[in-house]
Design a protein around this ligand. Structure first.
Ligand code: OSB
Ligand code: MG
Length: 369
């Protein structure tokens, strides 16, 4: 495939509201975009989803920038490639840094799909043209605010509500939510905040009929998650623990989870996402697509991957307007009654608004052949 220029952008975009998890609060998203261009004027786009600080995982924006600038883009710009799948072997010597790799790989996948006049969903083997989505709500200081947030999103038709929990803000919060919303599809996400010493709290959550508990224990704790899953009825869903096909294989083999939240950035790109999808499909492990508070570019990639058959549970890809006053893509992503339509235009199927992008650009670097 032909590619003659790669542009790296660092953006700062302020979200409408702060988003609080067990690991911290974020309102300004500082993230990367990668644009891969060919001689015919086509552009492929990818998003680097790391946050400014390494709180969710070890990656952070400036580290991704350095990885891309010093290693990944220089490896790729002079290379002859037939297919985006070739990038796995090219990136393989560089350890981890999955979000940096996924940003470039995503741009190359988008360009590849556009060069072949296919939608990204088609290029990936997607089979659905509608996907169901839920919403992820941050921790709030007051019950009133949380309940109001939930009511608003239930009214908008989101297919499930996810609330964040942390030690001291768990059982009583869920009890309060269930009191007001006895039958909504509800789940909780702990973002690694517990250990097996907290097993009584995690067991107590069984009474609330939760769809799942997402990442209760630390990222490396596959064995402890397996022990926990044996003790609780609520299905465990892994997020931070799954960085690769191999992580997914071992988690399934150990019984560490019954569900996986797939994030393209966390696993190093779309090729690895597809491999994990196929593995989980065979193993009978349902998937859903997680979110990293993405701009429209990352959101479009999430929609494309979620169109694969085994993404059977509602994901976190909410409407653009849930995050942004104005997104950087046209049209914006709009969930109608919790349903997104998968685009069939070439590539990601959304136009990047260059004037909006420039408004938020802090730094930009052009790499040419
Ligand atoms: O754990 O899924 C998570 C946001 C940032 C980092 C980690 C997570 C999240 C979310 C929000 O839950 C997902 C979204 O709305 O994009
Ligand atoms: Mg999570």
């Amino acid at each position: 495939m032909e590619m003659n220029e790669i542009i790296l952008y660092k953006l700062k975009m302020r979200m409408k509201n702060p988003f609080t998890t067990s690991f911290g609060t974020e309102q300004d998203r500082i993230f990367l975009l990668v644009e891969a261009k060919d001689a015919n004027g086509r552009s492929g786009w990818g998003e680097g989803v790391a946050s400014e600080r390494p709180l969710y995982s070890e990656e952070f924006t400036q580290q991704s920038w350095y990885m891309l600038e010093q290693f990944l883009i220089p490896e790729v710009i002079h290379r002859k490639m037939d297919h985006p799948n070739d990038l796995q072997a090219i990136f393989q010597p560089y350890k981890r840094n999955h979000m940096a790799k996924a940003a470039l790989e995503g741009a190359v996948w988008d360009l590849y799909a556009k060069q072949n006049n296919q939608s990204l969903s088609q290029a990936l083997g997607g089979s659905k043209n509608k996907i169901e989505v839920g919403i992820s709500l941050g921790i709030e200081d007051s019950y009133a605010k949380l309940l109001e947030n939930i009511q608003g999103k239930v009214n908008e038709g989101y297919k499930r509500i996810k609330i964040k929990i942390k030690p001291g803000k768990d059982i009583e919060v869920v009890r309060e939510v269930r009191k007001h919303f006895p039958s909504i599809p509800l789940m909780v996400d702990a973002n690694s905040a517990y250990t097996l010493r907290d097993i009584d709290v995690l067991k107590a959550l069984d009474e609330f009929d939760l769809m799942m508990i997402e990442q209760p224990l630390a990222a490396g704790d596959l064995i402890d998650h397996a022990k926990l899953q044996k003790e609780i009825k609520t299905p465990v869903c892994l997020d931070e623990s799954i960085h690769s096909y191999n992580d997914a294989r071992q988690a399934i083999e150990l019984g560490s989870c019954k569900i996986i939240n797939l994030k393209i950035g966390r696993v190093g790109g779309l090729t690895e996402s597809k491999r994990i999808h196929d593995l989980c499909e065979q193993a009978g492990i349902p998937l859903w697509c997680g979110g990293m508070l993405e701009s429209g570019v990352g959101r479009a990639h999430n929609i494309a991957i979620a169109s694969l058959a085994n993404f059977t549970l509602p994901g976190d890809t909410a409407s653009s307007s849930r995050y942004w006053e104005k997104d950087i893509i046209d049209p914006e992503v709009v969930a109608e009654q919790g349903v997104l339509t998968v685009n069939d235009c070439p590539g990601i199927g959304y136009n990047v608004l260059m004037n909006e992008l420039e408004k938020h650009t802090m730094e930009k670097k052009v790499f040419t052949k």
